[in-house]
Design a protein around this ligand. Structure first.
Ligand code: SAM
Length: 445
């Protein structure tokens, strides 16, 4: 029988329910399927129930809980008929921590759920006909190489961890089976230091941890400029912990100010080694990054001149440059500098770099028609304006890398309207046990 990890009762007063549920007592339900956010979906008394930590086919006794969107939270009471494929969650924080939503799924059920979610989104948008959907590329536990945690002082105690699901309450993280052990160790080592920095009750900051090739990087976000004594303390910490880099910034997105640059801060992409600015975007795991790069490489086929749009620090640019001349376009200034540093390591003209806001000023057919293939990898919002221009161009091949199947589907529609066919899609799972899914789609015409 499954052992449900119950959400710990909140210490805050609960909001009064504004609406009475259709039934006050227990009801028996069967979970039909698991929805995109990881909750089981069931119907009872004409109402939709969202059932946490359930599997398709589970028969359960539940009560109606809080109102949620178009339905109600289900409060599990007992599992009366257990569907196959349940797993023992490996993390003691599962059930409260917002990082993972489905550790109760065994690997087969988990892969089937992610694939089903993807197929549902693609199907809803008419994108399944004639498309090959490849098996999902998975990332193992203890592989995530970047994470942003929150630290807060509450009374005498320092809390450090991730938020609870759909809440601003914090989990005081003791371990994390998803992150690289080096990042968990760095987080634990940071506690006494953060306790000295955050001295006022309620004071908090974010802590961005990244494993680079030459060590761990820590960026403290949302703190006031450190005083001299604090800078000395932070530098001594970087030394004692053998960090690659330690930096701070006033808020997420602001430039990170270095405190200790003990090493260069290196990442290798293809044949090139770059030094991204502290806090720069990197794919969440080495395994995921390599999968995306090899899918982009195979997706461009024999293309000899390629545009890599939303290029970041060159995750895809430099692997692509082993096979083609690449024009990398990116909006963020520090990432552009990283790209330029990498391009200098290659023969002149192999990689050219352009800083451009591709939302406001996308490449137009005049710019695009010289490319044999375009690769784009936008943020979650997608590449709406850029996809519309590619549709008007003569580019024969597009490889779309996406961290959001919904915006991918919208951009795919624009490409299809421009005469492209979606040939194949490969889901890439970099965020183990979460509801996130990345994918690579190859379009040709
Ligand atoms: C998902 S990341 C991908 C980066 C890179 N392809 C990689 O795999 O590491 C998206 C990139 O788009 C860039 N970006 C966001 N908005 C942009 C815009 N309006 N114009 C150009 N680049 C933008 C971000 O700076 C970031 O580097």
């Amino acid at each position: 029988m499954a052992n449900f990890r119950r959400k710990q009762p909140s210490r805050r007063p609960q909001k009064p329910a504004h609406e009475e549920p259709p039934v006050l007592g227990q009801v028996e339900i069967v979970v039909e399927r698991v929805g995109a956010r990881g909750d089981g979906l069931a119907l009872s008394h004409g109402a939709r129930l969202y059932v946490p930590q359930s599997l398709p086919g589970d028969q359960m006794m539940v009560k109606f809980g809080a109102r949620r969107a178009d339905g109600w939270e289900a409060v599990p009471v007992a599992l009366v008929g257990e569907a196959p494929g349940r797993a023992e969650p490996p993390c003691k924080h599962f059930g409260t921590c917002g990082g993972c939503v489905v550790q109760h799924m065994g690997p087969e059920v988990y892969a089937a759920w992610k694939l089903d979610t993807l197929r549902t989104i693609l199907g809803r948008n008419g994108l399944l006909d004639g498309v090959t959907i490849h098996p999902m590329v998975t990332t193992p536990p203890e592989a995530r190489r970047r994470a942003v945690m929150t630290a807060v002082r509450r009374g005498k105690r320092l809390w450090l961890g991730f938020n609870e699901r759909a809440s601003h309450r914090l989990i005081d993280m003791e371990h994390c089976p998803v992150l690289l052990p080096s990042l968990v160790a760095a987080a634990q080592a940071l506690r006494p230091l953060l306790a000295q920095l955050l001295t006022q009750d309620g004071q908090q900051c974010d802590v961005a941890l990244t494993q680079l090739d030459d060590g761990v990087e820590v960026v403290l976000e949302g703190i006031p400029e450190p005083k001299l004594s604090e800078l000395e303390m932070l530098s001594a910490f970087a030394e004692a912990q053998d960090l690659a880099r330690l930096a701070w910034r006033r808020k997420a997105g602001a430039p990170a100010e270095p405190i200790a640059l003990r090493r260069t801060g290196l990442v290798s992409f293809g044949t090139v080694t770059v030094s991204p600015a502290p806090g720069a975007f990197l794919q969440a795991s080495r395994q995921g990054e390599q999968a995306l790069a090899s899918l982009a490489l195979s997706g461009i086929g024999e293309a000899k001149v390629v545009a890599d749009l939303f290029a970041g620090s060159g995750t895809l640019t430099f692997p692509l440059a082993t096979k083609a001349k690449v024009h990398a376009v990116e909006g963020e200034e520090t990432a552009v500098r990283t790209l330029e540093g990498g391009a200098k390591q290659l023969p002149v003209g192999q990689v050219t770099v352009e800083r451009r806001d591709l939302f406001r000023d996308p490449l137009v057919p005049y710019d695009l028609n010289r490319f044999d293939a375009v690769v784009f990898d936008p943020p979650r919002a997608g590449a709406e304006a850029q996809a519309a221009e590619i549709a008007k161009s003569t580019v024969p091949t597009v490889v779309a890398v996406s961290c959001n199947p919904t915006s991918f589907a919208r951009d795919a529609q624009a490409l299809l309207a421009g005469g492209f066919r979606l040939m194949e899609v490969t889901p890439v799972d970099q965020f183990l046990w979460s509801a996130h899914l990345e994918l690579v789609g190859v379009f040709r015409r």
